[in-house]
Design a protein around this ligand. Structure first.
Ligand SMILES: [Zn+2]
Length: 307
């Protein structure tokens, strides 16, 4: 029997030769598949402060247009998504509290969906819940107040709590299960502030109403450097930045939220400040550029590592 060797066969035969040789050596143990993973914290120096973003939770959510882009056509939603290499059938959500060590106190902004998520991320970052001196609640949605307590009681036993007075007043009168279960038991430990109010030296409230009636962002300043914590002023890095007027399901006053989005993002872009966004992709830090009638998210690379 004769075998015709084509050039392709000859190449394959040649390529196979080293494998034959390897087969004579003992097989290596196969490594296990580890599954997808993400880091739980990211820390950088900001003036004399240390700032740590904490991934308290992340999950895929289907049909994102039912949340973002409620007032636009499916075609428009698909075009903006496609331009950013994003699918339209599912989005990955991130829940990212931030803890700031001022050198004098440990200030935690928001608490995630539940106590397990925030305590796990804090532990990964090297903090215990009893070290938290101040908990700032940007607004009273469940994904921000969920970690305040659990069946075991208050998650942060030594903390005082700070939030916007308008926000607290609204939810106090709303008959809301989340507020009544999570915030109300801590009411006597809360103090309240308005636009320009101070949480600690260098940490100042920025009124950002619209998402909720008393929603607040914060300016974090140290060593002459600014950093803006926008909380839920923008909830998606593409849909909310490129199209600030697209209606978002979770914005309670949609027109006011869009106006606040334009104002806050415009300020961050004009002043070229870094910002932290609670729902930006982890580590949730970046910059904003004006882009056409909207904005563009510029994720931080190594800028924040330079101190
Ligand atoms: Zn939120």
């Amino acid at each position: 029997m004769t075998t015709k060797l084509t050039r392709r066969h000859a190449l394959l035969a040649g390529a196979a030769a080293p494998l034959v040789a390897l087969a004579a050596t003992p097989a290596r143990a196969k490594a296990d598949m580890k599954g997808m993973t993400t880091p739980l914290f990211s820390r950088f120096k900001h003036g004399d402060f240390e700032v740590t973003t904490l991934l308290a939770g992340t999950r895929p959510v289907e049909e994102p247009q039912s949340i973002f882009g409620m007032n636009v056509s499916a075609e428009d939603f698909a075009a903006v998504s496609d331009a950013a290499h994003l699918p339209t059938n599912v989005a990955q959500f991130f829940f990212t509290p931030t803890v700031v060590n001022t050198g004098e106190e440990l200030v935690l902004f928001d608490t995630g969906l539940n106590a397990e998520g925030i305590t796990a991320a804090l532990a990964a970052a090297g903090y215990t819940p009893d070290q938290v001196d101040t908990v700032v609640i940007t607004h009273m949605h469940g994904d921000h107040i969920g970690g305040l307590n659990s069946d075991a009681g208050a998650t942060f036993p030594n903390a005082r709590y700070v939030t916007g007075s308008t926000e607290h007043n609204h939810w106090s009168a709303a008959g809301n299960e989340g507020f009544d279960g999570k915030v109300k038991p801590l009411n006597d430990k809360f103090t309240f502030l308005d636009d320009g109010g101070s949480v600690a030296s260098g940490i100042t409230a920025l009124a950002a109403h619209g998402h909720t009636p008393g929603h607040m962002g914060y300016m974090i300043e140290s060593g002459g450097k600014g950093l803006v914590l926008i909380a839920d002023t923008a909830n998606h890095y593409v849909w909310s930045l490129a199209k600030p007027d697209w209606e978002v399901k979770f914005d309670m006053d949609k027109a006011a939220a869009a106006q606040t989005r334009r104002k806050m993002l415009g300020m961050i872009a004009a002043d070229r400040l870094p910002f932290i966004g609670y729902h930006m992709p982890f580590p949730a830090t970046g910059f904003v550029e004006a882009d056409g009638d909207g904005f563009r998210y510029v994720p931080s690379s190594y800028q924040l590592m330079l101190g």
